[in-house]
Design a protein around this ligand. Structure first.
Ligand SMILES: *[C@@H]1O[C@H](CO)[C@@H](O)[C@H](O)[C@H]1NC(C)=O
Ligand SMILES: *[C@@H]1O[C@H](CO)[C@@H](O)[C@H](O)[C@H]1NC(C)=O
Ligand SMILES: *[C@@H]1O[C@H](CO)[C@@H](O)[C@H](O)[C@H]1NC(C)=O
Ligand SMILES: *[C@@H]1O[C@H](CO)[C@@H](O)[C@H](O)[C@H]1NC(C)=O
Ligand SMILES: *[C@@H]1O[C@H](CO)[C@@H](O)[C@H](O)[C@H]1NC(C)=O
Ligand SMILES: [Zn+2]
Ligand SMILES: [Zn+2]
Length: 861
């Protein structure tokens, strides 16, 4: 029979394989046939030849409002041919839009305002969709004709990246690298003189959320050129059915741009291709591919809508720039910008001024799916409706990530300190018995996942390596300490679980037997008579206290917890020394010798195996959740939000098991308030960062409602814990739902003698004249009249213990009123009907949960 764990392992393996098969992979990926790669490289070579040999104006497709007799020119490039049937009719409209938007942002080129020279950063905003003049469906294209020799999958259904909604969100991550090739200056004298059109290669990752339409989120990689002096970028996707980057110069708006692009791309594309041609086996990645997430695309590409992006970097807010009013000429502004960028990249510690934000606008054109996307912002929209795309430069972004990671490390460190404090407080078996194992497990799970996540992050992080290492270290420490704490809790609680298991089994047995008895005639299956073995008194010395052992076989026992073999609670402390300290009142009573592991007690070996099983299961759960969360990151936004809300709700339910345990064990409080409140707050802070901070680095949308629900839920749990501590742990829980808890301070009545309810040694019946107790009748006061004070020796301290016992016949339910309650707090009666001073037994129980006299197991306080 397969163990449940085996199943879990299989599931884990499946998830792992699934994960590996779907992760974006920058390595060689699945090996495609070399012929496939070679033919692709040959096509790209040919395209590069076309790029090199064409002139400005060689691509002038037929436009919508052209008279029919105008001659249209096309290029012999995939996607740029007339017979491919792409919607190039709107190309001029696209170019006009681009110029218009640049003029809106920076003014006409001659007096253009200076902008950031380095566009590396992250921006996001909203777009609106505008239909092109013509429309296209996937049936408009014959892919086998457009790209012969390529095996397309799913070409007969709607293409991916097809935007159908009227508006949605866009996010761009721009990589504007310094070492990227700039065009060689000797190419053209004319180009050299016009520094403002000098181009640089740039690439970006764009994600487009089609919120109002399909609800999908598309992510793609685009490549292109950047003219820093103008703040203009032109980027395009490239695929087997669209040679975007090779036709890019023809899609620029001006002849100047055409020339610089052609010169730049001619050189850089040639270099890249030459490198690829040398390594057709080992390096099969298409350097201009727009797919981030599909090694399988090498074999069987699926068709996507192609995009052409025109991005304009906006001028900076001059108030924030800090240029002197007398020096606001473009040169001075440009110099100020240059200073800021220098300071950001190579911090000298000069001044701490506010860094203006990065702002861009974009016009996006899909030549095959035939639509436009334009970012929302002035002048078409009021600034409240959108400011095109806003974001921060890379350095600011990384600064935010670093700050977050360091803060997270501090928070985990705080959690660790709280945990250590709690562990110092809960160091004894009886206190450990109160702490919920599952609450601990949830904390361990969360910290373990954090550890895994930050460790993985550290592997790939370069700029945030140190802070992420800090998080890794602290979460590892925290994880270790939590594991240790859980192991301690487990050792204490394991016998209890085993007992529950046994009880459940017995219950099941009884039920099945009852069923049997029901079926077969009663003569054949009589009710089993339960015989109770007397308490094992292995050490006769123990009973040498003043307790007559004859009283140990009561006629009718009150219900008590079922017997279990003595438990050994391993401890690295010198227990006996501590016990001696507790009971050092000139006490020469024979202390019970530590019980031996003669019977079926779990060995530490056993416990270790069980523990490693539990931690293995936790690891599995953690891995599954981690992989699921990573997968969820690419789900559609509302699904993703729901998933993370549910996950966090489950995580922040961490006090629920503790509340249950308090009820179950009838214990008022297990954890210190410092710990409960500290952990709650510290664990909520990172959640708050993503839920209510608008400029968080993950670009998570703020969601106050969800955050209030989450923190309210945590708040409620804390209040329940408070209520349990004040009003009693079973406050509001219907009686009978939970196993009866032992009442250590019962009202003692003389009538209970027959029922065997009085503690051993307190019974003063004529049949036991040798009873050592002395009975005194209460003298003064009305209350005292109703109680007898019995005096007995406490077996722990050997001092007198005065026990008020309600006289027979007195059935006052209040049993002595307030004074009675306090009197009852003075003594404690164990389930085995031994009686002690409260202080003595509580002190004892901090170390052992066994009766000091008969070693019967004691229910914890
Ligand atoms: C580009 O074309 C020119 C001639 O027009 C030629 O001299 C040059 O070698 C070509 N460059 C490449 C990389 O093909
Ligand atoms: C276009 O290029 C292909 C090679 O990719 C060539 O076979 C074909 O003849 C070219 N067409 C024209 C019109 O030049
Ligand atoms: C894109 O979506 C529109 C609207 O659903 C559809 O009519 C069109 O055929 C799709 N285009 C492609 C290329 O799949
Ligand atoms: C696509 O083109 C191929 C080759 O030119 C042709 O055999 C096929 O019938 C075409 N498919 C459609 C749907 O027109
Ligand atoms: C822009 O800044 C980033 C981050 O500091 C840097 O990596 C990149 O090389 C810079 N690019 C240019 C063109 O200076
Ligand atoms: Zn005592
Ligand atoms: Zn006892």
């Amino acid at each position: 029979m397969p163990q449940p764990q085996d199943n879990a392992r299989v599931i884990f393996l499946i998830i792992l394989i699934f994960w590996l098969a779907t992760t974006p992979d920058s390595g060689p990926g699945l090996i495609a046939g070399p012929s496939l790669i070679k033919s692709r490289l040959a096509r790209q070579r040919h395209a590069l030849g076309i790029l090199n040999s064409t002139q400005w104006g060689d691509f002038s497709p037929r436009l919508t409002d052209d008279p029919p007799e105008t001659e249209a020119k096309y290029l012999n490039l995939t996607g740029f041919r007339e017979e491919d049937g792409y919607a190039w009719d709107d190309l001029q409209r696209f170019k006009d839009r681009c110029e218009e938007w640049s003029a809106n942002a920076v003014g006409i080129p001659e007096v253009a305002e200076p902008v950031w020279q380095n566009a590396t950063g992250v921006v996001r905003g909203w777009w609106q969709r505008i239909n092109a003049t013509t429309s296209r469906t996937h049936e408009s294209y014959n892919l086998t004709e457009i790209s012969p020799g390529v095996a397309w999958t799913g070409s007969s259904s709607d293409w991916r990246r097809n935007v159908t909604g009227t508006e949605g969100k866009i996010m761009m991550r721009i990589e504007d690298i310094e070492d990227a090739a700039t065009e060689p200056e000797e190419i053209d004298r004319m180009v050299l003189e016009k520094a403002e059109i000098k181009a640089r290669e740039v690439s970006a990752t764009v994600s487009i959320d089609d919120i109002k339409g399909t609800g999908n989120s598309w992510e793609m990689r685009v490549h292109g050129v950047h003219w820093p002096h103008r703040g203009v970028m032109l980027l395009t996707t490239t695929s087997e059915k669209y040679a975007g980057i090779f036709g890019l110069p023809h899609l620029t708006t001006q002849p100047d741009f055409f020339q610089s692009t052609q010169a730049l791309l001619n050189r850089t594309l040639d270099k890249a291709l030459a490198k690829k041609e040398q390594h057709t086996f080992t390096d099969q990645i298409d350097p201009w591919s727009s797919n981030l997430d599909a090694p399988g695309e090498v074999w069987n590409p699926s068709p996507h809508c192609e995009y052409l992006l025109y991005v304009q970097v906006h001028p900076l807010d001059q108030d924030l720039l800090g240029v002197q009013p007398s020096l606001t000429g473009p040169e001075n502004v440009a110099k100020a910008i240059h200073d800021i960028e220098n300071e950001l990249r190579f911090p000298q510690g000069t001044g701490h001024r506010h860094i203006p934000r990065l702002q861009m606008s974009a016009v996006i054109y899909s030549p095959d799916c035939a639509f436009f996307l334009e970012t929302k912002g002035p002048p078409a929209f009021a600034p409240v409706d959108g400011k095109h795309m806003l974001g921060v430069k890379q350095e600011i972004f990384l600064y935010g990530v670093t700050t977050f990671l360091l803060g997270l490390a501090l928070i985990i460190f705080g959690q660790l300190q709280l945990l250590k404090m709690q562990m110092r407080e809960t160091s004894t078996p009886s206190t450990l018995g109160r702490v919920s194992f599952h609450t601990g497990c949830m904390m361990l799970l969360a910290d373990g996942m954090l550890f895994t996540g930050s460790a993985a992050w550290s592997f790939s992080a370069s700029t945030t390596l140190l802070p992420s290492l800090a998080v890794t270290c602290v979460s590892f420490l925290s994880m270790t300490v939590e594991t240790f704490f859980l192991a301690e809790i487990y050792k204490v609680q394991e016998p209890e679980w085993r007992r529950q298991e046994r009880e459940r089994e017995r219950e099941r047995e009884r039920q099945s037997r009852a069923r049997l008895a029901h079926v077969v005639p009663p003569s054949s299956g009589g009710t089993p008579t339960r015989t109770r073995t007397p308490t094992p008194t292995s050490n006769p010395a123990m009973t040498t206290t003043n307790l007559p052992s004859s009283r140990q076989t009561p006629v009718n026992n009150p219900p008590r917890p079922p017997r279990s073999p003595p438990i050994i609670i391993p401890s690295d402390q010198d227990i006996d020394a501590e016990i001696a300290e507790v009971t050092n009142n000139n006490n020469n009573a024979t202390l019970p010798a530590p019980a031996t592991a003669a019977n079926a007690t779990p060995t530490s070996q056993n416990i270790r195996t069980q523990l490693s099983n539990i931690f293995g299961r936790l690891l599995l759960i953690g891995m599954c959740v981690l992989f699921l969360s990573l997968a969820a990151a690419s789900w559609r936004p509302n699904l993703r939000a729901t998933y993370f809300n549910i996950l966090l709700f489950a995580y922040l339910s961490l006090w629920l098991p503790q509340i249950y345990r308090n009820v179950y064990r009838n214990c008022r409080r297990a954890l210190s308030w410092h710990f409960v409140i500290g952990q709650s707050v510290l664990r909520l802070i990172p959640v708050a960062y993503f839920y209510i901070l608008p400029n968080n680095f993950a670009f998570a949308e703020t969601d106050w409602t969800a955050f209030i629900v989450l923190s309210g839920w945590l708040w409620i749990q804390i209040w329940v814990l408070v209520a349990q501590s004040i009003l009693g742990p079973r406050f509001g829980v219907p009686k009978g739902l939970m196993p009866e808890a032992w009442e250590y301070h019962p009202v003692l009545r003389e009538d209970n003698i027959e029922a065997g309810g009085l503690p051993i040694g307190l019974v003063s019946t004529p049949s036991s004249p040798t009873s050592p107790e002395r009975v005194r009748t209460g003298e003064e006061g009305k209350d005292r009249k109703r109680t007898n004070i019995h005096v007995i020796d406490c077996a722990i301290c050997r001092e007198d213990l005065e026990v008020p016992v309600v006289k027979a016949g007195d059935d006052d339910p209040t049993a002595g009123g307030v004074a009675g309650v306090f009197a009852r707090r003075m003594y404690m009666v164990t389930p085995c009907r031994h009686i002690f001073h409260s202080a003595c037994l509580e002190g004892w129980m901090r170390f052992r949960l066994q009766c000091p006299i008969c070693r019967e197991e004691l229910p914890p306080l």
